[in-house]
Write a protein that binds this ligand. Structure first.
Ligand code: ZN
Length: 231
């Protein structure tokens, strides 16, 4: 009995709490990749904002290309930097949740991660944002946060291409564009919170190059909500 408590229960917990939701994520990413290739779609997504410096300039660039993107908003940033939100809504961008305080669902206690996710949902609802997607911070979904999103009929918003804009050494923009080209489209993960100028310009340049690629290949540029056909 003691042997079972010491060895089997922790393994069971890890499988149920992390491994099952993570496996579902892998299948969802495969499905996203397949959809993008088949439907020739590029989805631009920006996490952790809104930013006071970065987001307006990004919106200008998207406007120039008449492109719509998906923004995964952090609740605490919405509360202090939310004045840009009406502009984003007017432009038809897809606003979605990225939790309240950006806690890693595998590194904090289950109840803290659950509270963080639910608070993030509440902040967007109080701000009258019609959202249908949630992207777990660091991509770390657990059983509780997975079920909490499902209970509110909020879909999970994964990605297929990592821009590398948070890596210590920024990758070459051309290498990320080449990935999108190889995949025949995709859902690209970038960030629009305020950071160094170098990273800000990297995101702008990558966005512009991806939009050029989509235009030259005749791909559709749409929001993640549109891709997943969520009303
Ligand atoms: Zn994030």
């Amino acid at each position: 009995m003691i042997w079972m408590i010491l060895f089997v229960l922790p393994i069971l917990f890890v499988v149920l709490y992390c491994a099952i939701p993570y496996t579902v994520r892998l299948f969802s990413e495969m499905d996203l990749r397949r959809r993008c290739r088949k439907e020739r779609v590029l989805v631009l997504t920006y996490d952790d904002g809104p930013g006071e410096e970065t987001t307006p300039k990004l919106l200008d660039l998207l406007d120039q290309h008449q492109a719509k993107a998906t923004f995964y908003l952090v609740g605490k940033n919405v509360q202090i930097k939310g004045s840009i939100l009406p502009r984003m809504q007017r432009a038809g961008h897809d606003l979605a949740s990225h939790s309240q305080n950006h806690l890693n669902g595998w590194k904090v206690t289950p109840w803290r991660s659950l509270k963080d996710v639910l608070q993030g949902f509440s902040t967007l609802k109080r701000t009258n944002i019609d959202f249908a997607l949630f992207r777990p911070p660091y991509g770390k979904i657990n059983l509780l946060t997975w079920l909490a999103a499902a209970r509110q009929r909020i879909h999970l918003g994964w990605w297929t291409i990592v821009s590398g804009d948070t890596c210590a050494n920024l990758p070459d923009v051309a290498s990320i564009v080449a990935m999108a080209e190889r995949d025949g489209g995709g859902v690209v993960l970038m960030h629009d919170f305020d950071r160094s100028e170098e990273r800000f310009f990297y995101v702008l340049e990558l966005t512009a190059r991806l939009l050029d690629l989509a235009e030259s290949r005749g791909w559709k540029v749409m929001t993640q909500r549109e891709l997943l056909r969520i009303r």
